[in-house]
Design a protein around this ligand. Structure first.
Ligand code: PIR
Ligand code: CA
Length: 307
């Protein structure tokens, strides 16, 4: 059975891999791509999404959403993704046109016109669009099957010692999404830092050949360089396709129910996802955290998608 998903993203090198996986894997059906400011400004990430769609063969509508966080000032991730949001990667000129609808309207429209439980939301950027959609049409909370997002961290952050980028970019939006009452599965840094693209992964992709494979090789090289220079990683963690893979093959992941709260007023902890992993805390909560993965089989999914 194929899961219908909406991928809400801010491409972004790893968002691009998430888009490729979502388009190519038969276990998910990509209903729409929506963009949000995050890694770079909204016009830049939207331009990137259109170019990636060209490479990936995405025909679903692509709509632009929020140009900045609900409350705070935008702080993009230029040091990792570059000035374009996708530095070091050659993008074709898009031939697909941007959908005229606002991303938030498109999300609400799709969720309300499908059966309850049919659509899974997969955000891989800041949660601004999803929070706005909840406020615009609160009935989507009961109609969405689940939100499976890349963001947050139970243990160590990346933007601060405890905060992950997507959550810190718009913590108020994240708070709306985590406390809405729908099922939220958080694929944060605890798992995505294990999803590293080691040289064998790049070699497997390169061996496939063709435009899609060349694109991914280039992208992994650029992302790898940035991660080496800025964060001292041997190999880059490719965060965003992990959220898509959780929808495709949850059996590859260690997923634990746990209360999750977003810190909004910390002196040193703003943007932290406070995940309650104390063993005696009740587990009958709608939020879950992903803690581990079968790394080999995760990369098999990505390599198959490129092929
Ligand atoms: C990755 C991101 C932002 C900053 C850094 N340092 C690395 C982007 C990725 O696109 C991913 O969705 C998430 N934000 C990881 O924090
Ligand atoms: Ca992202």
């Amino acid at each position: 059975m194929s899961r219908k998903i909406i991928l809400d993203c801010d491409p972004g090198h790893d968002d691009a891999v998430a888009l490729l996986l979502a388009q190519a894997n038969p276990s998910v059906e990509l209903l729409a791509v929506t963009t949000v400011a995050g890694n770079q400004s909204l016009p830049k990430v939207t331009h990137n999404a259109l170019g990636i769609a060209e490479v990936a063969g995405i025909t679903a509508p692509i709509a632009a959403g929020a140009a900045g966080p609900l409350v705070r000032a935008a702080r993009f991730a230029g040091e990792i993704h570059g000035a374009s949001g996708l530095d070091g990667v050659s993008l074709p000129e898009p031939s697909v046109a941007l959908d005229p609808r606002h991303a938030v309207d498109l999300i609400v429209e799709l969720v309300m016109s499908h059966e309850p439980g049919e659509i899974t939301l997969v955000p891989t950027g800041p949660l601004t669009n999803i929070a706005l959609a909840v406020r615009r049409e609160p009935r989507i909370v009961d109609r969405v099957r689940e939100v499976v997002l890349m963001g947050g961290a139970a243990r160590t952050g990346n933007r601060t010692p405890v905060a992950e980028f997507n959550i810190l970019f718009d913590p108020e939006a994240a708070d709306v999404v985590f406390s809405a009452g729908w099922r939220v599965t958080m694929a944060g840094l605890d798992v995505t830092h294990q999803a590293v693209a080691t040289p064998d992964v790049a070699r497997r992709v390169a061996a496939i050949g063709g435009r899609k494979a060349d694109f991914v090789v280039e992208l992994l090289e650029a992302f790898g360089r940035a991660y080496r220079d800025v964060q001292g990683f041997d190999a880059p963690p490719v965060h965003d396709p992990v959220a898509v893979a959780v929808v495709i093959a949850p059996e590859l992941f260690e997923i634990v129910p746990a209360p999750i709260a977003v810190e909004l007023t910390g002196t040193h902890t703003t943007g932290m996802t406070v995940v309650d992993l104390r063993p005696w805390v009740p587990r009958d909560v709608p939020t879950r955290v992903v803690l581990g993965l079968d790394r080999g089989r995760f990369w098999d999914l990505v390599v198959d998608a490129v092929r």
